[in-house]
Design a protein around this ligand. Structure first.
Ligand code: LLP
Length: 413
């Protein structure tokens, strides 16, 4: 399969150098609106999980579409605020928020904080007490439902570090309800990522809704039913979950309850819209293998190395017979690969190689390993005249900025 040449990779490579990420903003918009429409029968709010891709221009695009943001560090909260998001469109999740992060989140007056442990609740209560305010909270329940996804991104089982079991959640809600400094407003679950079969989400939803009803009987009225993210996308031609069925299943579990559904999609909105574009450096034949060595490496896209994740790879300008090869980066680790035994055409130095479906957890998980600068990011979108535009949305990192913080210390002696 060859890449559809929606734009001229060669020209972009010439102008911006390689490797670079490029995102199709129109596709992100389309997927956002499709998801929003699926839930329109009910009060709902999308809080994009920006851990998937937190580029400010991308956040700005989503903010304009009325998205809120699910953040997992105070840095992410600041990113949301940076693009002009109203605090009531920001929620804060994560199993290890520090006291300082909790304090800042309260000062920013964000919509609510998703608590993940009893200990965190007491710390938050104390912080709120010092500020003399009531902290709006939601509790992440771990429903002990098997999401049947990769173990590293499965989060809804009791063996996982996330959330609290039902009994503890009940106890925490009762405590928070009585506290002068806590106000329970929501309930949350997120059982895993890249779910192609969404029935575990519905199973979890039914279990969590049962707790909401119990709490209601105890006069604890929640407003938000936060179903997390987790929607899977097609990496290898799999069919993606039916959004209408997804919505119906959740709505079905909430009959008789007046709740706003909060969604935290990450991957679904951005994964398919992104590509990592690289250049071939060398082809290398060993006695047992053919390798394509690219100028992108595991520090730019970690998913294959970390999860053995599949990403479609194309040599958009190459023709001829395909043969098996490993596509690898230049980092000094055998784990630095993008694909193993993939069928690809012959290539040579300078050929463009595109790694597809890399918009989620690509750039955001990238690092400076081997003192490799972070790559640049581009956005592609149609303007009012239906003409494709390309915009630089992050400059390639320079060596100077990469070492800046160290250099200052070095100079201070
Ligand atoms: N909400 C919470 C609480 C989460 O932990 C996550 C993802 C999301 C929402 C968004 O999930 P999504 O809609 O993207 O599935 N690095 C991994 C994925 C890690 C997901 C972590 N949590 C990967 O590259 O596959």
């Amino acid at each position: 399969m060859s890449a559809d040449l929606k734009f001229d990779y060669k020209a972009l490579a010439k102008e911006f150098g390689t490797p670079f990420y490029i995102y199709d903003f129109d596709m992100i918009k389309e997927r956002f609106l499709r998801l929003k429409t699926a839930f329109k029968a009910r009060k709902s709010q999308i809080f994009y999980a920006m851990k998937a891709n937190s580029n400010l221009s991308l956040l700005s695009l989503l903010k304009e579409l009325d998205s809120g943001f699910d953040c997992v560090s105070i840095g992410e909260v600041k990113r949301a605020l940076q693009v002009g998001t109203k605090p009531y469109k920001i929620i804060f999740s994560g199993v290890g928020k520090s006291e300082l992060e909790l304090k800042q989140a309260l000062e920013y007056d964000i919509l609510y904080i998703n608590l993940e442990s009893e200990a965190e609740m007491y710390v938050l209560e104390n912080v709120a007490k010092k500020l003399d305010i009531k902290a709006r909270i939601s509790i992440r329940v771990n429903p002990n439902v098997d999401a049947k996804t990769h173990p590293y991104i499965s989060t809804g089982l009791n063996v996982n570090k996330f959330g609290v079991a039902f009994d503890l959640a009940r106890k925490m809600y009762l405590y928070a309800h009585k506290s002068e400094f806590l106000e329970p407003v929501g309930i949350h679950f997120h059982i895993g990522s890249q779910l192609l079969d969404i029935s575990p989400i519905h199973e979890a939803s039914t279990l969590v809704a049962k707790l909401v009803r119990e709490l209601k009987a105890l006069n604890i009225e929640l407003k938000f039913f936060d179903i997390g993210g987790g929607l899977g996308v097609s990496y290898e031609g799999e069919s993606e979950p039916d959004l209408y069925a997804y919505a119906q299943g959740v709505l079905g579990s909430l009959s008789g309850l007046d709740l706003t559904i909060a969604l935290e999609p990450g991957r679904f909105l951005v994964a398919r819209a992104g590509e990592l574009v690289s250049s071939v450096l060398y082809e290398k034949i060993t006695p047992s293998k053919r390798f394509i060595i690219t100028d992108a490496a595991m520090n730019d896209l970690l998913r294959p190395s970390l999860y053995n994740a599949y990403h479609e790879i194309v040599l958009p300008y190459n023709e001829g017979e395909k043969s098996p090869c490993d596509v690898v980066g230049g980092i000094c680790e055998s784990g630095d690969f993008f694909a193993k035994d993939r069928l690809l055409e012959q290539s040579k130095n300078g050929d463009i190689l595109v790694i597809k479906n890399a918009g989620a957890y690509g750039f955001s998980m990238s690092s400076n390993y081997n003192t490799r600068p972070k790559v640049c990011e581009l956005a592609k979108f149609k303007d009012k005249n239906d003409k494709t535009q390309i915009k630089l949305i992050r400059k390639r990192q320079s060596f100077e900025t990469l070492v800046q913080d160290e250099l200052e210390c070095l100079k201070e002696g």
